[in-house]
Design a protein around this ligand. Structure first.
Ligand SMILES: [Zn+2]
Ligand SMILES: [Zn+2]
Length: 226
């Protein structure tokens, strides 16, 4: 198997116990060299609400979300946003290499096996982005792993998030509305909302708020990077 990112061979250094459990190990599409450039967030002093690394206690942003939206942020992420993740998303999103959707398959799949939700949905691309790219990057990142239900629709905003500074991002008004399918879901079901990158948290907070206002009680958000 070749690494989807660099093309190097992926060494299969399986431990004995892994060989016995072979069927349960998710497929791996990233080599050890690429993997060594990742900064996993697990087991660090993360904000307990948003996984911001190296924070002791609840971060200021999460306190603000609580004040502003009455929402207790409940977010998890796998990797700190760094140069490797930046380059990855540039190739995947800007240059539209849809095959890269599977690079983190093993990591996301392992997380999915440990965390269970009744309903899993995702942050959708806007129509204009879909047309430009030809695929929905968040959907493709997770579609092989979760049974995704489209429950949100995104209104096109003035300019893309990536072109905004932090203050502009934080001030962006609500850009999601619920799809009719949301009305079919029972309010006591646990909801997971997926995104690719958590930057200011604004996008997921807006999505969270749609479910919160619709009276859902158990809402968790997740992103590959934070
Ligand atoms: Zn590689
Ligand atoms: Zn936080």
């Amino acid at each position: 198997m070749k690494c989807l990112n660099c093309g190097n061979d992926i060494a299969n250094n399986l431990q004995v116990k892994e060989i016995f459990l072979f069927n349960e190990i998710p497929e791996n599409y990233i080599c050890n060299l690429c993997r060594s450039q990742l900064a996993p967030l697990a087991n660090r002093n993360n904000c307990p609400r948003c996984f911001k690394p190296e924070i002791n206690g609840i971060c200021d942003d999460c306190k603000m979300w609580e004040q502003k939206y009455q929402i207790i942020n409940c977010h998890q992420a796998l990797f700190e946003y760094n140069q490797f993740i930046h380059n990855y998303f540039k190739l995947y999103k800007r240059y539209g290499d849809v095959l890269l959707a599977k690079l983190f398959y093993q990591d996301i799949k392992n997380w999915s096996l440990k965390n269970h939700f009744d309903v899993v949905t995702y942050i959708p691309a806007s129509q204009s982005h879909l047309q430009i790219r030809g695929f929905d990057p968040v959907y493709e990142l997770y579609a092989d792993i979760f049974d995704l239900q489209p429950l949100l629709t995104k209104v096109d905003s003035d300019k893309p998030q990536a072109q905004k500074n932090r203050l502009e991002r934080l001030r962006t008004p609500q850009t999601f509305s619920p799809l009719p399918a949301m009305a079919q879901i029972q309010k006591n079901q646990s909801i997971l909302i997926l995104d690719d990158i958590y930057t200011t948290g604004r996008t997921l907070m807006h999505a969270h708020d749609i479910f919160f206002k619709a009276n859902f009680k158990k809402i968790t958000t997740f992103s590959l990077s934070r």
